[in-house]
Ligand binder design. Sequence first.
Ligand code: AMP
Ligand code: FES
Ligand code: ZN
Ligand code: ZN
Length: 388
Amino acid sequence: KSRGLGDLYKRQAHWYLATAVSRLTTPSRSARSSPEGEQPLAADTERSTEEEHVNQSKCRVCREPAIIDLPRHNANFCAEHLLQLCRRQVEKAIADHDMLSIDDRILVAVSGGKDSLAVWDILVELGYRADGLYLGLGIGDYSDVSGEYTRAFADERGLTLHTVDLRDEYGYDVPTAAKVTKRVPCSACGLSKRHLFDKAASDGGYDVVVTGHNLDDEAAVLFGNALRWDIDYLARQHPVLPARDGFPKKVKPLMRLTEREMAAWCIVRGIDYQVDECPMALGNKHLAYKEALNSIERTSPGSKSAFYLEFVDKMSPILAEHRDHERSRLVACTSCGAPTTEPDSGDAPVCAFCRLHDRVGGHEPVPVEMVLNKRARKAYLAAQESGE
Ligand code: AMP
Ligand code: FES
Ligand code: ZN
Ligand code: ZN
């Protein structure tokens, strides 16, 4: 079966992740220090002799050989203590922001990528009652493969996974919505995801929705919002949104952990995940902001986490009043009951999801490549061919 962009980019992405994790250790050592004890870290076989000599670094905690360097902590860690660091950062985020209680029924939105699978894994390990929710967005092979990783993760661990398919249940998919609305795919995608996370949680009686947004995601969004000083978005950018009117609380327990740390978590824990970026997101602003922040981080380690975590500590309380004011102005959608803003026109309030659904539901499916720009389409089709 074709894995689309997968086969082309996967080797490259795994190479990056594997060197990130195992740069500082030998293959035999990394295999032994993995909790599964059997799987060498990815691409061990491809590692050059030169890199095998770079094995001097020791774990900050136990002085055993390290598998990863984390410049922002100015330290190296072995597999066991990397996992400990990740767990502690999640526990700290949960405690600092009163995210979860042990009795909560938790719904984790899982995309099949490293972050959401890792957060589900960590929460279950910490003893939380967490089920998963996967949304089939209809983005060609990318969605099919993401769904496979998610189901495999849940099945292997005997966890409950709910699935909602946009095409089956609402008569549209993300490429079709993008084509019909003539807007960037991420717009219909984000809107659909937010609405369906809320709905699945409220239908299933869950107290809280968890997403896998990490420090890199949040810092990139903050960067974009700050570039425009978009006060409404800045006010809304908080790692916890409280429940309101029957809608669940929403939390981001990975707010203190980076993409690289989550990739390392998955590699060490032997979690197989969708490595590809969404083909529709290639070249978007969010990725460009991430690159800009990474370039600052390289010359000044720790600045990315300071940028975001200090915003949450110092600016977010100042914006709380604005956030509460905006939320108090929301009314119920007359079609589905979801909170939405009251139209100035005096018309009955209908939420953005219901408007999108009315407009695009029932349209014939549009293939992914139809909504990509020329360059992205060429790369996508080439990757598809090489994946056959
Ligand atoms: P993204 O918007 O792709 O950056 O994803 C942010 C978070 O939304 C992920 O970490 C997941 O928690 C969640 N998410 C993204 N895509 C899906 C999906 N297809 N199904 C369920 N959850 C998703
Ligand atoms: Fe939403 Fe790609 S995952 S547009
Ligand atoms: Zn150690
Ligand atoms: Zn609605």
